[in-house]
Structures are given as structure tokens and as C-alpha cells.
Design a protein around this ligand. Sequence first.
Ligand SMILES: Cc1cc2nc3c(=O)[nH]c(=O)nc-3n(C[C@H](O)[C@H](O)[C@H](O)COP(=O)(O)O)c2cc1C
Length: 381
Amino acid sequence: MDAPSERSDQTGEITISKLFSPLKIRGETLPNRVAYSPMCEYTCDTDGVATDFHKVHLGSKALGGTGLVMAEATAVRPDGRISPSCQGLWNDAQVDALRPITAFISSQGSVPAVQIAHAGRKASHSQPWNGSHYITEDEGGWKVVAPSAIPYDENTGIPHELSKQEIADITQAFAEGAARAVDAGYRVIELHFAHGYLACEFMSPLSNQRTDEYGGSLENRCRFALETIAAVRASIPESVPLLARISATEYVEGGWDLEQSIQLSKWMKDAGVDLIDTSSGGNSPAQVLKPVPNYQVSFSAEIREQVGIMTGAVGLITEAEQAESILVEGQADTIFIGRELMRNPFWPLYAQAQLDGTANWTKQYIRSAFNGTYKGPGAQD
Ligand SMILES: Cc1cc2nc3c(=O)[nH]c(=O)nc-3n(C[C@H](O)[C@H](O)[C@H](O)COP(=O)(O)O)c2cc1C
């Protein structure tokens, strides 16, 4: 068990896999390149406050050796929640509930991260196990907001078109939410600019038909995202890494696409974003998307190559060798894994054993590691 996480290559040099080598971003060093992708749990009992479920759920990823443990899309204002049970970062009670969760993740050698978000016109929905349907104001939901009064589909509410002052208020809420996140113990912040939520709605010419400086040209459609980055960067310490998840394309003719994502990524890099977490889709029910293994990796590779910024690949990456070759081929700097880590929080330890011939099991589990073949101290009592 005490063998280092290393293997020999043909020249006799000791190497470790890329997946299990550290990644430095600003003042943080992630212990490996496995990141838990943000995954909504829809499980806060009241007012966006995390529960024991969140602690056990995210804690299990840290026990399992995931280097970066990212909390779900966490709303910076009540009207930015996807569902009434989504997590929030707009008050002190929420910060108090998050502290033990981040402390536990850090205690296991993992780095706690949070994705801060505003769901825009896709807010006010029921939990998936209650149908994921739009909740009207009469049913206890709220009026959703967006760049333009265009609903996501015929089943969702017509959003209120944000005024310029209301846009500035949301930007400010992102800055305050990010500061609270740092106060809560998160060591990495990700901005949710993907999947058809508010920032993504601003970016797409299909959902943003404004005629002021927040709509029209690419620069104008990206203004909300870039102003939000500037406000967030100014509200968190210089040493804290800032990530942004984008939808690299919305898979609809005439909509947001990779070329626009590359330009946006250049601007985001200049504005202080350290890594682009490269997802896709979610802004239009008309999207044509066929998820297969690695289906978003080419977006990550293209942005990494053309912009010269670190990227994360995500989407149906489930095998150790698959993740390793994405990194070795220079298509990404880190691998975000969602559903596979949900199914198996110990995935990183098995992947590390497969790639490097050893794994950093937590000491309490040492006697169960490697199918019980451990023979070291305390093997019998
Ligand atoms: C239940 C569930 C919840 C999700 N919640 C979020 C979220 O909060 N933020 C986000 O950016 N993506 C979210 N996603 C997308 C995942 O982070 C991930 O990008 C997607 O599942 C593809 O990766 P995978 O194939 O490894 O699961 C969610 C996906 C699922 C299935």
C-alpha cells in the first residue's frame, strides 16, 4: 500500500499517469485530474441550505480519491434556482451549512469547489422525481427572468425581460455569492455559463434578442458573462482559481457555436478565467445531440489549442484509459466525470490501480483495498 503512485516506462524512468498527476491552477494544486462534475441534487429542505445528504454525497467523492469535488449548480439568488430545493449562496445560514462539507472534503486531501449559477428562464422547476415540470407562481414557483421575453419551450413561463439595472443586480449577486463561497471553504469557483441558464441565454442569438448593449453583436451577447467574471474575480482572492463551464455549441442552425465559444474563451482568459469546462447544449429544445463516449472532447481540444487556456473535458468519460488518453493527447487538462462517479464514488481508486498499479485508499479502508490482499501493519487483529 505504501508503494508510490508510479510506474516504469520502457526507458526505465519512473512515471505516473497523467490522470493521477497534480494540476496547479493559481494558488491551488489539485492532487489529480479527476474532477466531480457539478450534479444537482435537488435536496435542500429549506431555502437553499445544504443537508446531511450533501455532506455524505460529496464526502464520498473525496473518500474515493476525486481530486476536485465540485458542488452542484448553486444559485446566487432565490430566483436563480432550478428548483425550490436547489442549493443557494445568498445568506449566512447557507454558508454555515456548507462549512463542514468543505472541511471534510479538504480533510481527505481533495479540493472543494462550487459551481455558482443563475438558472434564468429555466428556473422554477420541480425535482426530476416529481416530473421536472415548470412551477407557476400560483403553485409556489416564481416569475423567471431572461435577456428577452422568450420562453424555453411551450411548457415554461414567459420570462420577465431584465432591465439594465436588474442585470447589474444579478452580476453583483454573482460577486457576493463567490465571496460567500470562499467564506464557506470552497477553494475553486466555477461559473455556470452553460446548458441554457442565464449567461448562456445572453450568449445565444436565439434566446437573446435585445437591442441594447447586452444583445446583437457577439461582444454585446457576451457582455453579461464578461462583466460577471470581472465582478467575481474582484470579489475573491487572487489565488483562487476561477473556472467557467460553457456550452461550446447549442446544436441549432443560427445559434451559438464553437467559433463564438473560441472568441468568448479568449475574452474570458483575458478577464481572469483559468480553465474552461467544456460542455454543450441545453439552450434549445430543438437541439440535435447524440451523446456518445467523448462527444464533447473535440470542443475542449479545439478551445485548448486555439486559445491557449486550460480546459476540462466532460461527457460519457467512464474508463481509466479513455480519460488518460484524452489528457495524453493534449485534448484537456482535467477530466470531469458525472454519472460514473455517482454510480461509483471509488472509481478514481480503481482507475489509479489500473493505470499506476497502486492507489491512495484512505487509511481507514486500507485493509479492504485491492480485494483484501493488503498484508501490511494491522492486516489482522
Ligand atoms: C442528475 C444530473 C445533474 C446535473 N447537474 C448539473 C449541474 O448542476 N451543473 C452542470 O453544469 N451540469 C450538470 N449536469 C451535467 C453533468 O455535470 C455532466 O456534464 C453530464 O452528466 C455529462 O457527464 P457524464 O457523462 O460524466 O455524466 C447534471 C447531470 C445530471 C445527470
